[in-house]
Design a protein around this ligand. Structure first.
Ligand SMILES: Cc1ncc(COP(=O)(O)O)c(C=O)c1O
Length: 357
């Protein structure tokens, strides 16, 4: 079976070396030396000032909403993983869905502005598949209406705009280091902010709101362990090679797929790419379902990522209509993409897809 994704695993001996160190120290969690080393190395690699390693990308979003004291309505994208909207609701705020751009699939700044009212406290936008949101327009809107901005950068590891890390935009950015991500720590994530005071608050919130015997605020357990940090330390030096390799695979896909019947999301100019996913958009839902079925019959799994459009989540009952997002969600399918995906398999997948469309 060819899965839609496969986690990168470093040579086992390297991970074992870290394990030996953990056994020697008996320091398993609670901001241990490997967590600190990973945070330091990630800050350097990404070019950001304050970064906290947390237990996953969802808790990163929840901590961001909490630390920014957000209340009322948060304008967000309907085209993202469910965690984006769920974290808003979990933090007792209301998600307001603004439709997306039809090329990048990121939230459309013009649509954001239409939904702003006296209850709006923030914008939570996702850099979909590593495609950067229109950060300059979003910043203008946020400044004009005095709103906070959180970017869900779960897919955006290593992305830069004009050489500047994408995580330096907005008030807070979050990342996921889940096992399916380009760079992973098995489970994990990070929160990034330029604001030192906010980083200190997040530091407290991540760890029950206290440092030793001094209790400052309510908090939660958002920490991550030495074992997860060790996986990150093994994977980080290989990230450039992983990105290069995925780039080659995506180029091969694009050269073999029948481009007149399929289209791909487009990034804004001047941003780098990381090929976190390989989404393709078919002419209609029926074609998508036929392609999916044909691939599955040939033991190739795909993923409807993202489906459904979040404004249509069955338990939400929202009034928002997002025709662009709903239309794309019906027609988009992620094809297999991972480090050691064999070019022969890519050729086989493309043959199957082309024979159906
Ligand atoms: C856009 C987006 N946001 C948030 C998350 C949640 O991250 P995690 O699985 O680390 O909690 C994901 C995970 O896939 C995601 O794709």
């Amino acid at each position: 079976m060819i899965n839609v994704t496969k986690s990168y695993l470093p040579p086992i001996e390297e991970y074992q070396k870290y394990l030996a160190g953990i056994w020697t120290n008996s320091w398993l969690t609670n901001h241990g030396p490997l967590v600190q080393e990973l945070e330091h190395k990630l800050k350097e690699y990404l070019g950001v000032e304050n970064l906290l390693f947390v237990s996953n990308g969802t808790i990163a979003l929840q901590l961001a909403i909490k630390a920014l004291d957000l209340k009322g309505e948060i304008i967000t994208t309907p085209f993202s993983y469910v965690a984006t909207a769920a974290s808003i609701i979990w933090e007792n705020c209301t998600p307001v869905f603004a439709d997306i751009e039809n090329k990048s699939f990121c939230v459309n700044p013009e649509e954001i502005e239409k939904h702003i009212n006296s209850k709006t406290s923030a914008i939570l936008a996702t850099h979909v598949y590593g495609n950067a949101c229109n950060v300059s327009e979003i910043e203008k809107i946020a400044q004009k209406h005095n709103l906070k901005v959180i970017y869900d950068g779960a897919h955006a590891f290593g992305i830069t705009i004009n050489g500047n890390s994408i995580f330096n935009f907005g008030d807070v950015s979050t990342i996921s280091f889940h096992a399916t991500k380009l760079f992973h720590t098995i489970e994990g994530g990070a929160i990034i902010t330029k604001d030192k005071k906010l980083a200190e608050k997040l530091y407290l919130y991540r760890s029950f709101g206290h440092i030793a015997d001094d209790y400052y605020s309510v908090g939660i357990n958002g920490k991550n362990s030495e074992f997860h940090a060790a996986m990150g330390l093994c994977n980080l030096p290989r990230v450039d090679e992983i990105v290069d390799n995925r780039k080659k695979t995506v180029l091969l896909y694009k050269s073999l797929l029948n481009g007149s019947k399929i289209f791909f999301p487009e990034k804004h100019s001047r941003q780098s790419i990381n090929n976190s996913y390989f989404p393709v958009v078919f002419e209609n839902k029926e074609t998508l379902l036929s392609v999916r079925k044909a691939l599955l019959e040939n033991e190739v799994s795909t993923r409807r990522y993202f489906y459904p459009s979040l404004n249509n989540l069955p338990y939400l009952n929202t009034k928002y209509k997002c025709p662009v997002s709903e239309n794309i969600a019906e027609r988009v399918l992620c094809l297999p993409l991972y480090f050691d995906l064999n070019p022969i398999d890519v050729e086989r997948i493309c043959k199957i897809v082309n024979s159906v469309i």
